[in-house]
Design a protein around this ligand. Structure first.
Ligand code: ADP
Ligand code: MG
Length: 321
């Protein structure tokens, strides 16, 4: 696998910014990294596979960006500061132009968050990308899934359902013009809420990033924390396009069940509400209160007319008007 595949390593070695805490980066058998005393290492990995997570003729730059973005989103949901990444690339062939563009997308986001790529692996096979990220977290400030308590307030960042609507548009199932470019941006180039997660972690002990959709991801919090949740559909933050879609179709599945938004869902004790909301007002996306952690074991949603239904994954027509 020498030759063209060495290109990948060489491009990356030249392209990534160096951090002082990288003792040894790309090029040896292992990277050597300096973990600051008193911090915990937060580690997460995500794989994107052709045919499942993206189409074969995907724009390589968007793919490089998204492969890192979805991982940084996991760090954000823990309240961790990104530091290092490793990257495993499986490619059917070594197309130099494709690789350059893929790297450009990856590097763009890596630079923004001062993440250094410190190693990886390169093999031939069906297109697949695995990224592992390493972040640093204050031991007392991590946000976990198993720490939600009855009576806490539930918040989400940004707006829900944009990526899902973009996917419908991509499949030809949504044909309105106008907002398509910005929707596509939300699907292809999600912005990991890193800064927001760090600020939230001063006031919240429990968060998850929304990769599979609010209903199921909040469901993970409920399951792990042994609690229930009640959310108010009329509080869910939506773009004009998604709100219009919901109004016209009566179908709440976009904000409730569509994945790929990579916003954060956080729970906050009532005594921290004011401080949390003040901190969130400094962020460049809105953070919206959507409901309460309650006793129980499931996610329930109250529709605008006051009906309450249990959220059932793959059964979102419960929420049709
Ligand atoms: P080894 O056989 O020891 O695993 P490799 O040839 O796979 O050696 O890798 C050599 C160096 O290049 C290592 O430091 C590895 O981390 C780095 N590397 C290989 N592929 C990638 C990649 N896709 N991204 C970043 N670094 C890579
Ligand atoms: Mg190797």
């Amino acid at each position: 696998m020498a030759g063209e595949f060495d290109l990948i390593r060489d491009y990356f070695r030249d392209a990534t910014a160096q951090r002082d805490d990288v003792v040894l980066g790309i090029g040896d058998d292992c990277a050597l990294l300096e973990v600051p005393a008193g911090k915990q290492l937060a580690v997460s990995m995500d794989t994107l596979v052709v045919g499942r997570h993206f189409v074969a003729d995907v724009d390589p730059q968007s793919l490089g960006y998204k492969a890192l973005a979805v991982n940084l989103s996991d760090l954000a949901a823990m309240g961790a500061t990104p530091a290092w990444a490793t990257l495993s690339v499986t490619l059917p062939d070594a197309d130099a132009d494709w690789i350059k563009r893929f790297i450009a997308g990856f590097i763009e986001l890596a630079k923004k968050y001062q993440v250094t790529l410190v190693g990886g692996d390169t093999t031939r096979g069906p297109l697949s990308i695995t990224v592992q990220v390493h972040g640093l977290v204050e031991p007392t400030n991590s946000m976990r899934r198993n720490t939600a308590r009855v009576g806490e307030l539930i918040y989400v960042s940004g707006q829900l359902g944009d990526a899902g609507l973009a996917l419908l548009a991509q499949q030809g199932l949504y044909v309105k013009q106008g907002s398509l470019a910005s929707l596509k941006q939300r699907l292809d180039r999600p912005e990991p809420r890193v800064e927001l997660g760090l600020m939230a972690a001063m006031h919240s002990r429990c968060a998850i990033d929304l990769s599979d959709g609010l209903g199921s991801d909040l469901g993970h919090i409920c399951e792990e924390s042994d609690v229930g949740a009640l959310i108010y559909l009329d509080k869910l933050p939506m773009s004009d396009a998604v709100a219009e879609y919901v109004t016209e179709s009566g179908d709440w599945s976009l904000p409730l069940s569509a994945g790929d938004d990579y916003e954060l869902c956080m729970t906050v004790p009532a005594q921290h509400q004011a401080a949390f909301e003040a901190a969130m007002q400094q962020q460049d996306v809105p953070v919206t209160w959507i409901g309460m952690i309650e006793q129980g074991e499931q996610v329930r949603a109250m529709s605008p007319n006051g009906d309450v239904d249990a959220y059932v994954a793959r059964g979102y027509d419960h929420f049709a008007n």
